[in-house]
Design a binder for this molecule. Structure first.
Ligand code: URA
Length: 428
């Protein structure tokens, strides 16, 4: 077999470009070993983006990427495992309260997370704002934290789906990220290799998400649920709103602070509602009928699990979180009802303030971000604070304000066209 034959088959093959299982296995393996060159894989990724893949091809592609590395195994644990994956959004800190909450309710949560790129934040960047906390753990250390706290959140090691690691970096620079077969296989190869017994997918919809419409989000969710189910992982997906930011805090340390409020029984209602809903879905998928998540947030048991999880990874749960040196208040322009607060505009502003990175090797500012003082639907008065911008240098404020221009609207009545927080539930 050779790469050109596989590229041509996807480009214009007799059966509308369908790749055989043998062709997929070969090309993923040869690419991982460096025998298929980056430029050849780029051409194939573009042919896939343009011509798509059917369910069988996506399943074969996912399995081949899993086989390119190790598959983790948690069968030595005495309770079921459950994980959650979000397709990414603005202010999406849900993993932080959710992982210890589900642990406090009786399931183990082994979660491999990523860093942010572009306007969406990454869980590891948020957690790294906690003094001393370590993202990189060996498999033995992961097991130790799981046994200690019931939940672990850490970076995926280089042995997990290395084919995806190479391919994702290539897609990022060749305009081939936005392909549902490639996104679904990329996410699910890592989640299946991670060894979780059950998985809840939070597929975000709206301006601040990968998927801008409910239709494309549904297609991605259905594809991922089918992949998980076929691989023996009990998988459910929720489609959830990302037309406005989640909660009030956007930015690394600011989001940790808000997550701790949720674990202390408070916090913004949308963050609490989604955390509890996802926890119930995870416990149901894992077949655990222990404690009710709402109670575990009120009685301190989720907070106890959080503190154990942070300490077991070298962090200080009482440590002072970094704060940005400079702040700037943006005021409400006129009295009325806040009818729109665009997730992408706020995410872009937080990114320009220093909370995110442009290239994956860039550092992030832990203290930078946006604190919202009003959410869509709130009655607001002219001159009251709408949001506070946080940055290490005042020079960042101008570009953040440019990102926010046109990103919010005050009207005379709530327009009612906000997406519901949970739009739909997708099962196999
Ligand atoms: N996240 C991933 O892990 N892969 C993609 O392709 C897109 C988002």
């Amino acid at each position: 077999m050779d790469a050109i034959e596989v590229i041509r088959a996807k480009r214009d093959g007799a059966r509308r470009g369908e790749l055989s299982t043998g062709q997929i296995d070969w090309v993923i393996d040869a690419y991982t070993r460096g025998e298929v060159a980056d430029e050849q894989m780029s051409a194939l990724a573009m042919a896939i983006l343009l011509n798509g893949m059917n369910r069988r091809e996506i399943a074969d592609w996912t399995q081949a990427m899993i086989r390119s590395g190790e598959r983790m195994d948690w069968s030595m644990l005495d309770r079921p495992t459950a994980d959650k994956h979000s397709t990414g959004g603005v202010g999406d800190k849900i993993t932080l309260p959710l992982a210890p909450l589900v642990a406090a309710c009786g399931a183990y949560v082994p979660q491999l997370s990523g860093r942010g790129l572009g306007h969406t934040g990454g869980t590891l960047d948020k957690m790294e704002s906690i003094p001393g906390w370590l993202a990189s753990l060996s498999n033995d250390q992961m097991l130790h934290v799981l046994r200690e706290a019931g939940a672990v959140v850490c970076a995926a090691g280089s042995g997990l789906a290395p084919a995806d690691k190479k391919l994702y970096a290539l897609r990022d620079v060749t305009g081939t990220v936005e392909s549902i077969p490639l996104i679904a296989s990329s996410i699910m190869s890592k989640k299946i290799a991670e060894g979780t017994g059950s998985l809840v997918l939070d597929v975000k919809v709206g301006s601040g998400a990968f998927m801008k419409t409910t239709e494309t989000a549904r297609e991605l969710a259905e594809t991922m649920v089918a992949l998980g189910t076929d691989a023996g992982v009990r998988t459910v997906a929720l489609l959830t709103a990302m037309d406005r930011p989640l909660g009030r805090a956007v930015g690394n340390a600011l989001e940790v602070e808000e997550s701790v409020e949720v674990l202390a029984g408070g916090g913004p209602s949308d963050v609490v509602e989604l955390t509890v809903r996802l926890a119930r879905e995870m416990l149901e998928a894992a077949g655990v009928s222990g404690k009710d998540p709402e109670r575990a947030l009120k009685d301190g048991s989720a907070m106890d699990a959080w503190r154990r999880m942070i300490s077991a990874q070298g962090g200080d749960p009482d440590g002072l979180l970094p704060r940005a040196a400079e702040t700037m208040v943006v005021e409400v322009p006129e009295s009325g009802v806040l009818t729109r607060l665009d997730a992408y505009a706020v995410g872009l502003a937080a990114w320009r303030l220093g909370a995110g990175r442009a290239r994956k090797e860039d550092p992030v500012s832990f203290g930078a971000g946006v604190m919202l003082h009003a959410k869509p639907g709130d009655v607001v008065r002219a001159g009251q604070p709408l949001m506070t911008l946080h940055a290490d240098e005042t020079s960042r404020f101008e570009r953040a304000l440019e990102a926010l221009a046109g990103g919010y609207e005050v009207g005379q009545a709530s327009s009612g066209d906000l997406l519901p927080l949970v739009i739909d539930r997708i099962t196999a």
